[in-house]
Design a protein around this ligand. Structure first.
Ligand code: FE2
Length: 260
């Protein structure tokens, strides 16, 4: 089965690119399941229910997230009733929403897991232990298993890749908004990349307005940055997974310019 995983979709430039291109990408790559990281969709911070509904209608099947997921209050009741929008599984147990989705795509059972790292990130429970517990709860007939490891440190993401090698189909990194060139299939058949990269404007600093971010770095005054516009790219990976065994056959990187 073919899976498209789109990296952090940032603000209006990112979500417009996804909405305009998702059907073409699905056709071009024969995509059975499209997953995107949605934690930056609303101006760079979280997602609102109407934006989530628009993206689902456009052709996204499942959304993962990360540290910004609860920045918009309105996502809280929505995530409780929308099983295809995930938050990190290793958040404290009282957090709204779920960290895993198990469903069926064209007759194939699939699990999508969302984890968050702890190195240079806010507090969270141990993602390795959380992954262990979640994987133990997946029914054995669910062979296709996709993990979004939302984390800053490459070492933590590489470690998670090896930790889950042979137990999941793919471990893909998100959060840094910078695509890495280390995609590969690990020894036991798990596809891996340290970061899928950002879908959004490359005219700014990881999707946000350059002046706003520089002002923050060059003074002690916190200013919430506006999102950048222009030079839009879609960053994603296409996975080819053997649905009988769950092993990945191929992982290929996409970094596509998108005129807006
Ligand atoms: Fe993040």
């Amino acid at each position: 089965m073919k899976v498209l995983m789109i990296g952090d979709v940032v603000a209006r430039p990112g979500r417009v690119a996804v909405m305009e291109r998702i059907q073409d990408l699905r056709e071009q790559h024969g995509v059975d399941l499209a997953v995107m990281n949605a934690e930056n969709v609303a101006g760079g911070f979280s997602i609102t229910p109407p934006l989530a509904e628009q993206l689902f209608s456009a052709g996204i099947d499942v959304m993962t997230s990360g540290n910004h997921i609860f920045d918009k209050r309105e996502v809280i009741p929505y995530i409780e009733r929308q099983p295809r929008l995930l938050r990190p599984a290793n958040y404290p147990p009282n957090s709204p929403g779920r960290g895993m989705w198990v469903g069926e795509v064209k007759g194939v059972r699939v699990a999508v897991l969302n984890l968050i790292g702890r190195v240079f990130m806010g507090p969270a429970d141990d993602p390795f232990r959380a992954a262990e517990e979640l994987i133990a709860s997946i029914p054995p007939d669910v062979k296709v298993r996709l993990v979004d490891m939302h984390a800053e440190a490459t070492s933590e993401k590489v470690a998670m890749g090896w930790y889950l090698d042979g137990r999941v189909s793919a471990v893909v990194g998100t959060h840094t908004h910078v695509q890495t060139a280390d995609e590969r299939i690990l020894t036991e058949g798990t596809a891996y990349i340290s970061d899928i990269g950002m879908t959004g404007s490359y005219a700014g600093v990881i999707g946000m307005k350059t002046e706003d971010v520089i002002a923050r770095f060059t003074s002690a005054v916190y200013k919430r940055a506006d999102h950048a516009t222009g030079s839009v790219r879609i960053c994603a990976v296409v996975l080819d997974i053997d649905e009988e065994t769950g092993r990945a056959r191929e992982i290929s990187r996409l970094s596509l310019p998108h005129e807006q």
